[in-house]
Design a protein around this ligand. Structure first.
Ligand code: SAM
Length: 218
């Protein structure tokens, strides 16, 4: 059987202006996401974002919460350039982007402890090993009591939205290793790394925001 070609990293179609990339989906969902981030992140939190894409979510979050220190990252160089171009919108709150690829452990060695890890629209459009690496990173580098925030679509058994079932099929046709992840598989994986689901927020267009907290050591 002929397998569809694998692309290592999935990026949306994005418009560009003076180095800033614009993502149509970020334009639709960034305000709702920033509202939740602004509510759940602790005062003065240092945040590491994995797979920041264009960098627009970092800007929206830091505009809503100027006390945050936000570290964007991405394996993709054009995305990192866009994150740096967008960072000027919010003074010094957004740090110079890091090259972080969850599947390349050598890109993870310099990461210090963070109060929060944020990862949006990544784990369904990457192999499951990316979710596993994210769980390990949160276990190792998130401060005890710190938050891991995920955003995206999930499979919810019989209650899965038809649009998410169709999205899952389309992802798998592009790459059999991708796919909308079952919510219980994600919570089980993270629980096995000491991360407890403390809040689930239903978001527009059948997405969820999931807030996990790293357990304090006994
Ligand atoms: C669909 S985009 C989402 C971008 C942004 N988070 C958003 O919600 O607009 C997926 C992002 O995941 C990043 N990504 C893919 N594989 C990754 C990996 N192995 N480690 C870290 N980021 C990855 C891509 O470079 C891309 O920026």
């Amino acid at each position: 059987m002929v397998q569809p070609p694998k692309s290592p990293i999935a990026l949306e179609d994005r418009a560009s202006e003076q180095g800033r990339l614009y993502s149509p989906s970020a334009a639709r969902n960034r305000d709702a996401i920033a509202e939740v981030l602004a509510r759940v992140l602790p005062t003065g939190a240092s945040v590491l974002e994995i797979g920041s894409g264009t960098g627009e979510h970092a800007v929206a979050a830091c505009q809503a919460r100027p006390d945050l220190s936000w570290q964007p990252s991405d394996p993709d160089a054009a995305s990192r350039d866009s994150q740096a171009a967008w960072a000027g919108e919010v003074g010094g709150a957004i740090l110079a982007p890091l090259e972080i690829d969850l599947l390349r452990p050598q890109t993870l060695v310099a990461i210090d402890g963070f109060d929060a890890l944020v990862c949006m629209n990544v784990i369904h459009i990457a192999p499951w090993a990316v979710a596993e690496a994210l769980a390990s990173l949160a276990q190792d580098r998130l401060r005890p009591g710190g938050h891991l925030v995920l955003y995206g679509p999930y499979l919810l058994g019989d209650e899965t939205a038809p649009s998410n079932l169709a999205f899952d099929a389309s992802l798998k046709s592009r790459n059999p290793e991708w796919g909308v992840r079952p919510l219980d598989a994600v919570t089980t994986l993270l629980a096995s790394h000491g991360l407890v689901l403390v809040e689930r927020v239903d978001m527009p267009a059948n997405n969820l925001m999931l807030i996990f907290q790293r357990r304090e050591p006994e």
